[in-house]
Design a protein around this ligand. Structure first.
Ligand SMILES: CC(C)=CCC[C@@H](C)[C@H]1CC[C@H]2C3=C(CC[C@]12C)[C@@]1(C)CC[C@H](O)C[C@@H]1CC3
Length: 432
């Protein structure tokens, strides 16, 4: 697969690789139905972006190859990882905060609702989901708010899965899923009332590229709210361990380069957004950390289904998945590279946990922004309105004062005329 494939070629390749129509069932059914040669080519293609194993000696050339081929690299990543993600995590590919008594899927949905609340989404609004995955959050936010959600994604397989699930739950008229690059969005300027992104824009080679496109497609006055994957200020690039962990996250999650929170915030401002709030939701005193399922921490599971989710990340759970996937690969039912994919994802889990524990990394740097030009205009107009209102009030008051004064004068004049007439008549009476 090359980075210059047309949309038609991409779709044809995806159909051949995943056998779209045939694909159904769990992970094992899905991986055994892939085109074996195509799948192992994609695995090899992804691996060629990560040749240098030592993060300290990684060359600028290698990093540049990832940045300039980000669509090809990310597409390859999701072509091999999507089925594993759904098997291990469900249909919403993101993290969240966890509270005692709240199940895994409730917590995932709450994280989506929280974002919808930041955007003040109302029924009938047109909302964009940047990097929508297989559409889990888009469906949830559509049902939660009554808005119309457009999901943008560059991976045909994920779009296919998102569309299929939308039809299954009867949301095909309230959602649509569009193939496209978020660095060159296939939408007119000022199309959406609100835009959100959940742990997706970190696949961009340069944050200004994707944030700038959001700014362009957002209607004046619209809001952009998103959870960004970032390294924190604790990350020290001269520390070998930090570099190993962060590079592990990049490698095992299909990310060209992770940026610091301050870089993301500045990128947002650089493209013209006014930042309403910026908050690292991972920095809190929650009793349960965002990465607990990846630790395989069964003690934190809240219901029977949570046990299954967390079990997959225990040592024994990983051993079982490896044995099944590896076994099927050995006997030729699953494509070569399936086991390697599982191993890559295990690295993802381990490095995310390490990064989370040390506070080097956050998957939930929540930024909310609005466009400054429009806000300035609104504030200026409001100022003019208040000024004119107050001015008009003062003028009316003055006029009222004047007319009151005139009235009083007239009344006084009348009184003085009456009194002089009266005194004249008294005088005449006296004379009598
Ligand atoms: C890559 C980005 C930007 C977001 C995805 C976040 C998460 C949904 C994934 C990050 C690491 C993934 C792993 C799995 C599921 C999806 C993630 C949590 C597995 C649990 C899938 C099943 C495998 O056997 C183990 C995986 C570990 C990593």
């Amino acid at each position: 697969m090359t980075s210059s494939q047309s949309f038609e070629e991409d779709l044809a390749f995806s159909k051949a690789l995943h056998k779209h129509e045939a694909e159904s069932g769990g992970l094992l059914a899905k991986i055994t139905s892939k085109d074996k040669e195509a799948f192992s080519n994609v695995v090899n293609n992804y691996m060629r972006y990560w040749v240098d194993k030592d993060p300290m000696s990684e060359t600028e050339e290698e990093k540049e190859a990832r940045r300039s081929n980000y669509t090809n690299m990310t597409n390859s990543y999701y072509n091999i990882a999507t089925d594993f993600y759904e098997y291990g995590w469900g249909e919403s590919f993101h993290f969240c905060r966890f509270y005692p008594g709240e199940t895994f899927y409730q917590a995932i949905a709450r994280h989506e609702h929280y974002l919808a609340m930041q955007l003040n989404i109302k029924p009938g609004m047109k909302v964009l989901d940047v990097g929508c995955g297989v559409g889990g959050p888009a469906r949830e936010i559509c049902q939660f708010t009554g808005a119309h959600i457009t999901g943008l994604n560059n991976n045909d397989y994920q779009i296919y899965r998102a569309m299929k699930s939308a039809v299954k739950v009867g949301l095909e008229n309230k959602t649509n899923f569009i193939k496209g690059d978020f660095m060159e969005m296939p939408f007119e300027d000022n199309t959406f009332d609100a835009v959100y992104a959940i742990e997706a824009t970190c696949h961009a080679p340069k944050l200004e590229g994707v944030y700038g496109e959001v700014f362009r497609v957002l209607k004046p006055g619209g809001t952009f709210a998103f959870y960004e994957w970032c390294v924190t200020d604790k990350f020290d690039p001269t520390n070998i361990d930090h570099r190993r962990i962060v590079r592990g996250i990049e490698y095992a999650d299909g990310i060209p380069e992770l940026f610091k929170t301050s870089v993301a915030l500045q990128a947002l401002k650089n493209v013209g957004f006014e930042v309403i709030s910026a908050d690292d939701l991972a920095l809190n005193d929650d009793r349960t950390s965002w990465y607990y399922p990846l630790e395989g921490n069964m003690g934190k599971a809240q219901c029977i289904w949570d046990f299954f989710t967390v079990f997959r990340m225990t040592h024994f759970g990983k051993f079982c998945t490896r044995a099944l996937v590896g076994g099927l690969e050995k006997v030729g039912f699953a494509p070569t590279g399936s086991l390697q994919t599982q191993r890559v994802l295990e690295t993802a889990g381990d490095c995310l946990v390490e990064g989370g524990r040390l506070g080097l990394f956050t998957p939930m740097y929540l930024m909310v922004a609005s466009d400054i030009a429009h806000r300035t205009l609104v504030i200026a107009l409001a100022g003019i309105a208040v000024y004119s209102f107050v001015g008009a009030g003062v003028m009316i008051n003055r006029r009222l004062d004047k007319s009151k004064e005139m009235y009083i004068r007239q009344e006084l004049q009348k009184i003085s005329q009456d009194t002089s007439q009266n005194s004249e008549s008294i005088l005449t009476d006296d004379n009598v």
